[in-house]
Design a protein around this ligand. Structure first.
Ligand code: ZN
Ligand code: ZN
Length: 132
């Protein structure tokens, strides 16, 4: 699968070519800050499959957490495109793809933080935290 995308203003562009490791919606509290309150739709790609093709993102890593993720966003328009956990994976926000419908979330995670207005489709496997 070839994915292309970028930020809202176009200053930063990326592409990823490979097999998605996970297509999911994350209900965690952290993701709610980034999405505006809804679950975060993401596709996890192998780290080597992902590269920036235009511009470079600003990186942000919290210093007060034991195992923080690094978040990558456009310094111009603020769009959050990518999260890098401390594993060989790049978590891409589906809303930043040129064609978001390339991805279909298949699983709901961190439903422990789910809000009453969040929706998990009928039949979608859901996990309080991560799938084991
Ligand atoms: Zn931008
Ligand atoms: Zn999350």
């Amino acid at each position: 699968m070839k994915l292309e995308g970028g930020c809202y203003c176009g200053a930063v562009r990326y592409e990823a070519e490979g097999e998605p490791l996970m297509q999911a919606q994350c209900h965690c509290r952290e993701c709610q800050y980034i999405t505006g309150g809804s679950p975060n739709m993401f596709v996890a790609m192998p780290i080597d499959s992902f590269k920036y093709t235009k511009g470079a993102p600003k990186q942000f890593t919290r210093k007060d957490l034991e195992k923080p993720v690094t978040r990558e966003l456009c310094a111009e328009c603020g769009t959050h495109m990518v999260t890098r956990p401390q594993r060989p994976v790049v978590v891409v926000k589906v809303g930043t793809l040129d064609q978001p419908a390339q991805i279909m979330p298949k699983v709901a995670i961190f439903t422990i933080d789910k809000q009453p207005f969040h929706h998990v489709p009928d039949g979608m496997p859901a996990f309080e935290r991560r799938p084991t």
